[in-house]
Write a protein that binds this ligand. Structure first.
Ligand code: TPP
Ligand code: MG
Length: 372
């Protein structure tokens, strides 16, 4: 028997506005109107400022652990810009910019990381799922949400975000396999920021791209410069068309870099070289948009200064709103979770006791008292 080729394939890599200011007119023309570009830049600026402030809040004991989004803003923002308002945004924890674009009040992100459940109480019409810290879980949720939409004959799709490290989790592979085999309209968006805490990408994935993991499931895929909002928008348009018009999943690998520490509980200087970080600072998604807008004559230093003043004031107001929220009621802890609370949790709610730490709630049930 002759030896034949079982599969030949290739993966496109899209870059439209690079870090040297080169702009591909053919791909980039009319992709993002100038007015929108200014708005997107302003949104990135607010997100970046909030990141800076969140870091300080944690350091001064006013917030718990926080994962900075710095350097990765273009991915979720470009995606949210392309998606419809009723498409599901199923996020991980480095998608603040896209969530704010969708309409999530920024103080909810602060509340989440302050440990306040109300941060996760997201208005249903925003179609955003709460931040997912357990790595990989949200991709299954996205697949389920998109499956439900298909079942109901709706045109809504889901877009889920996750990191490079998450693609080594079983949940990722189950979600991908299920979505591909059942024709589920979900966009898998991997923010490949090169690190999973201190584990570099080359240890997580021996293949030259993360995108090729999709090919194993028979799913179309594309890689983009994730620090180039034009490239992200271009790739997302393809992805959304595939999901919405053809009912098929699609995989986007946005190549980016985490400019900050993994979280405020980490010190990345212990495991990565300053030269590497410096190289990626020059590829910052915001710098290139700013320079491009200046080239176009739609941005200048005085507009930049005015914007910085505006984001400073907005961020202070956001922090103020987060910190001035009234104290939660201790029943909220139980009430937020279930529509109908199971009897064992109801008992815990009434007694404030749990056998999981050696207490027997049934022995000390007391009359209902004010829970504050
Ligand atoms: C199921 C699970 N395992 C381990 C962890 C601990 N953990 C938190 S973040 C992280 C790395 C995730 O890396 P990646 O998916 O690349 O996302 P990134 O933080 O780089 O955005 C790990 C292992 C976790 N949160 N959940
Ligand atoms: Mg990562």
């Amino acid at each position: 028997m002759p030896i034949t080729t079982a599969l030949t394939t290739e993966i496109q890599r899209v870059s439209i506005l690079d870090e040297h200011g080169q702009f591909d007119e053919k791909l980039g023309k009319d992709l993002i109107p100038n007015d929108d570009l200014i708005k997107l830049y302003e949104e990135m600026s607010l997100c970046r400022k909030l990141d800076e402030v969140a870091f300080k809040l944690q350091r001064s004991g006013r917030m718990g652990t926080y994962p900075q989004n710095m350097g990765q803003e273009a991915n979720s923002l470009g995606a949210a810009y392309v998606l419809n308002q009723d498409d599901w945004l199923v996020t991980c924890y480095r998608e603040n910019c896209g969530l704010f674009h969708r309409g999530l009040p920024p103080e909810q992100i602060l509340l989440h990381w302050m440990g306040d459940e109300r941060g996760n109480n997201i208005a249903p019409d925003l179609c955003i799922t709460p931040i997912a810290v357990p790595i990989g879980t949200q991709m299954l949720h996205a697949t389920g949400l998109a499956w439900a939409s298909k079942y109901r004959g709706e045109k809504r799709i889901a877009c889920t975000f996750f990191g490079d490290g998450a693609t080594s989790e079983g949940d990722f592979h189950e979600a991908m396999n299920f979505a591909a085999n059942l024709d589920i309209p979900v966009v898998f968006f991997c923010q490949n920021n090169h690190w999973a805490i201190s584990v570099p990408g080359r240890i997580q994935c021996s293949a030259p791209t993360v995108a090729q993991r999709a090919i194993a499931y028979g799913m179309d895929t594309i890689q983009c410069d994730g620090n180039d909002i034009f490239a992200v928008v271009h790739c997302m348009r393809k992805a959304v068309e595939m999901a919405r018009e053809h009912g098929r999943p699609f995989f986007v690998e946005g190549v980016t870099y985490r400019l900050g520490d993994h979280t405020t509980a980490d010190d990345a200087r212990r495991y990565r070289d300053e030269e590497e970080v410096e190289l990626w600072r020059q590829r910052d998604p915001m710098i290139r948009v700013r320079n491009y807008m200046k080239q176009l004559g739609i941005w200048n230093d005085s507009k930049e200064a005015a914007l910085m003043e505006k984001v400073e004031a907005e961020t202070s107001a956001i922090v103020q709103r987060a910190e001035s929220i009234e104290d939660p009621d201790s029943d909220d802890f139980f009430n937020a979770m279930y529509a109908e609370i199971p009897p064992d949790l109801d008992l815990q709610r009434r007694t404030r006791r749990t056998s999981s730490i050696g207490q027997d709630p049934s022995q000390i049930e007391r009359p209902q008292v004010s829970s504050r």
